[in-house]
Design a protein around this ligand. Structure first.
Ligand code: MLT
Length: 243
């Protein structure tokens, strides 16, 4: 049975996966949820590139595994597939997208990087991102999750946020990478996700005809914390099918 490696979104940390780690570990799986460089307990990367973020993950993993990446975690997984496909025995893309940034999105990221460094904190970033990260249902019905995500974002060091934004701004189009990947794949997204909406999922599914597709009702972009039971079930289902 191979390990499952869970790669978190921007700008939170490995605790995004606490419910999945607990559930899947109890189900007998070996699960790793590393912090992506700069977040949680990890060091800010020396270079603001997807390569640096992916290498920092791979040094902690050490052997082939099934990888699941949510949003930025999905971009890291795409970089691993590009550079070290031999490390990936199964690929799970959650609330993410394969396309590169538009010029406008890229400029916006560089502005955010400069703004958080100038502010010296991520409070304004949290305020701006929460309505986009979480779906309508969570924001209306689950204040505990809203406050938890706010706490994670406010704990993110500005230097980590800036490095991740610069790395994401420079990431290439990953559609060719997904087209050349022939292993087992799952594409899963929150029905209320406006950051990586349905059209982005269709592009990934078009590039990987073998992929299983799952839409999670009443979840936005951070599906793992918005509907943890549904995500736990779908992860266990595909892991059982793949191994
Ligand atoms: C994330 O959740 O990781 C971010 O929304 C990714 C992005 O900014 O593209």
């Amino acid at each position: 049975m191979t390990d499952l490696v869970l790669l978190h979104a921007f700008p939170v940390n490995r605790h995004l996966w606490d419910e999945q780690v607990e559930y899947l570990t109890k189900a007998g799986r070996r699960v790793l949820a590393p912090d992506i460089a700069g977040f949680g307990d990890s060091q800010v990367p020396q270079e603001a590139t997807m390569l640096a973020l992916s290498e920092q993950v791979l040094t902690q993993v050490g052997r082939p595994a099934v990888f699941a990446g949510l949003s930025m975690g999905g971009y890291v997984l795409m970089e691993i597939l590009r550079r070290h496909p031999e490390m990936v025995t199964g690929a799970i893309f959650m609330d993410t997208k394969a396309s590169a940034d538009t010029a406008q999105a890229r400029a916006q990221r560089l502005q955010v990087a400069d703004a958080v460094l100038a502010a010296g904190n991520t409070r304004d970033l949290a305020e701006a991102m929460l309505p986009k990260l979480l779906g309508d249902t969570t924001r209306a019905q689950n204040p505990g999750v809203v406050e938890q995500v706010r706490t994670w974002i406010e704990a993110a060091p500005p230097e980590a946020v800036a490095a991740a934004q610069r790395a994401m701004a420079d990431r290439p189009d990953s559609v060719p990478t997904l087209r050349s990947y022939e292993g087992p794949a799952l594409v899963v997204w929150g029905a209320q996700d406006t950051i990586s909406p349905h059209a982005d999922q269709q592009v990934m599914l078009g590039a990987m005809p073998q992929a299983v597709a799952r839409e999670i009702p009443e979840a936005g972009h951070l599906s793992a914390v918005e509907q943890p039971s549904a995500i736990n079930d779908v992860l266990l289902e595909v892991l059982s099918d793949w191994q």
